[in-house]
Design a protein around this ligand. Structure first.
Ligand code: ASP
Ligand code: MG
Length: 404
């Protein structure tokens, strides 16, 4: 008898019909002899609607504690509706808020981190043959306030519960049939990957693959929770995200991802001496800005340029943070570009296979796509290009590495 955690995203519980279909699937899983724990997201776009409402009643910064109280209401609606639908099918089910499910977090409202999971009430329910239905994306802080885990956080709830309950699998139900070799809306012949390693999935989630929230993949890898990403519309088998087995033949390149959410900042003509980069990036860190790629030019006459990328939503903050130390660092100017895109190649096999970078650059050159920045890890190569070129670049790379 297996223990299965099933997480249903917003589109999977988007309306009453969808909730009944999910209830039917949960009922069937239970009837097949497995224990089920369900985690739900808020219905459809309701989190966005709540965010808009908060903006409509306020022109100033929204108190984070109240924002969390508001947003957690979305998941409460879906958890109770699903339990009502399950009761209608004769399945005993009980809803639990994040707090009731024992998700203990820090006090960092709107992006809290899980500190501990104490799922005693869920265990009791399971032992009594009751299906626990847990509100995703939320917890309770060590100061007893309701918190949320950041956008997309229901994935984290599901993985954290799967780890704490020692579940056999964490199934993530969504509106696509799994993880693809590229975004099928851009590359029509992209294909579903039957399995990927945690490392590949981490790189994909970090470079624009939107299927799983990055933190949930980190959590799953650290706690050895196998993930199965699949569709709640077709219910067919999807993509397994699992530990890399040494015997597994690794694909050199598994996927092409893209990200158009970042902007580039260049600090022009800073002096090339110790401590300059430290001061610049400390100023950005103090504003809570996450810097991604960084490139420093070869220095000429003791001066150099430093370029880096930040989320577009942080561009104004990054510019003013850099400006605030302009006198101290003595650079001449700051230039920004918010129409960049990043295209990345990911594959666990590339670490032991030369020539992938050369082929990537050749392919982009043939397409006349200019590369503005480059970064690599042992299983990823990323290039920053003009946003206008990114779809052409993806299609060409997907074809060149025969991923279709
Ligand atoms: N409802 C939340 C969001 O839209 C959490 C989630 O769906 O995972 O971000
Ligand atoms: Mg999601």
């Amino acid at each position: 008898m297996a223990l299965v955690v099933q997480k249903f995203g917003g589109t999977s519980v988007g309306d009453a019909d969808r909730i009944r279909m999910v209830a039917d699937h949960v009922a069937r899983t239970q009837r097949s002899g497995d224990h089920v724990v369900v985690v739900v997201s808020a219905m459809g776009k309701s989190t966005d609607q709540l965010l808009r409402l908060a903006g409509d009643v306020s022109n100033s910064e929204i108190p984070p504690r109240e924002m969390d109280m508001l947003l957690t209401a979305g998941e409460r609606i879906s958890m109770s509706l699903l339990c009502i639908a399950l009761a209608d099918l004769g399945v005993k089910a009980t809803s639990f808020t994040g707090s009731q499910a024992g998700i203990i977090t820090d006090t960092d409202h709107t992006r809290a981190k899980i500190l501990d999971v104490r799922p005693d009430r869920l265990k009791e329910a399971i032992n009594e043959g009751i299906v626990p239905v847990v509100a995703g994306f939320q917890g309770v802080s060590i100061e007893k306030d309701v918190t949320t885990l950041g956008r997309g956080g229901s994935d984290v709830t599901a993985v954290a519960l799967a780890a704490a309950l020692d579940a056999d699998v964490c199934e993530i139900y969504t509106d696509v049939t799994g993880v693809y070799s590229a975004d099928p809306r851009v590359v029509p012949n992209a294909k579903r990957l039957p399995r990927v390693s945690f490392e590949e999935m981490l790189e994909m989630a970090a470079t624009g693959g939107r299927v799983l929230m990055l933190r949930s993949v980190e959590f799953a890898r650290n706690h050895h929770v196998p993930l199965h990403v699949r569709s709640s519309f077709t219910w067919e088998p999807g993509t397994w995200v699992v530990e890399e087995e040494p015997t597994m033949e690794q694909a050199i390149v598994s996927a092409v991802t893209h990200d158009v959410s970042e902007a580039k900042v260049t600090v022009v003509r800073v002096s090339d001496q110790p401590g300059v980069a430290a001061k610049l990036f400390r100023a950005l860190a103090n504003e809570g800005i996450n810097v991604d790629m960084i490139v420093q030019n070869v220095s000429a006459e003791g001066f150099t340029d430093i370029s880096f990328t930040v989320p577009r939503s942080d561009l104004a903050g990054a510019t003013s943070a850099a400006e605030s130390i302009q006198q101290e660092l003595g650079f001449t100017s700051i230039t920004t570009d918010s129409s960049i895109a990043r295209v990345s190649l990911i594959g666990a096999g590339m670490k032991s296979y030369p020539g992938v970078t050369a082929k990537m650059f050749e392919t982009l050159a043939e397409e006349n796509v200019n590369i503005e920045m480059i970064s690599t890890s042992s299983i990823r190569i990323s290039c920053v290009v003009d946003e206008a070129d990114v779809e052409r670049a993806m299609i060409a790379l997907h074809a060149a590495f025969e991923l279709g």
